[in-house]
Write a protein that binds this ligand. Sequence first.
Ligand code: NHR
Ligand code: GAR
Length: 206
Amino acid sequence: MTKRVAILISGGGSNMVTLADSMVGDHPARPCLVLSNVPDAGGLQKARDRGIPADVVDHRDFKGDREAFENALVSAIDPHAPDILCLAGFMRILTPLFITRYAGKMLNIHPSLLPKYKGLHTHARALAAGDAEAGCSVHEVTAELDGGPILGQARVPVRPADTPDSLAARVLEQEHRLYPAVLRRFASGDRTPIFLPWLSVPAKKG
Ligand code: NHR
Ligand code: GAR
């Protein structure tokens, strides 16, 4: 049976696009919903352009009541009956109310080599620590923030002139390789982690 995938975003949605565009042909899954907590997230239009239902639940309407926000997320998600939820640049910490409902079905991509740099500002923290390499991780989402089982990692070198933005751009290219690879494997029922070697993405021609 083809798996149904809901993708949660807060921003531009470049990871959402690579996931959605990977779910074609003999892929075991298809996108069923893109949901954003930010009304003007750029990824919403990219979802609609692809014919994927796109919806918004604005956390600001709930004035800090995280459980009320999450109940609204659940109401937006459940009619689409997803088998898998992918967080892709989704920026709200989720409480056990949400986590327990979708336990074992939820993935996140985090821009660090976990268990290093859980939480935010990962690239600035990697540079401040003088790390020689950085990267990204896909992990199962559990109640422990960025602490669930690792399903894949990709590494990049840190360059001497790097800023948080230049490092983030190098890591993002690898996110776009890693997340579709992990989703495909996960959707086929295989949770063996994928570790990608460093391969620079060639600049686009033309
Ligand atoms: N929720 C749980 N329970 N477990 C995880 O592993 C989660 C999660 C929710 C989101 C993504 C995560 C990341 O990859 C993620 C993983 C947001 C924050 C954060 O501090 C931290 C980690 C992640 C996402 N959010 C602030 C908050 O108060 C808001 C920040 C903002 O709006 O800019 O929720 O990094
Ligand atoms: C990605 O780098 C993702 O790893 C990161 O936000 C970016 C989203 O980009 N996620 C987090 O920092 C989660 N806290 P995108 O919207 O273009 O996919």
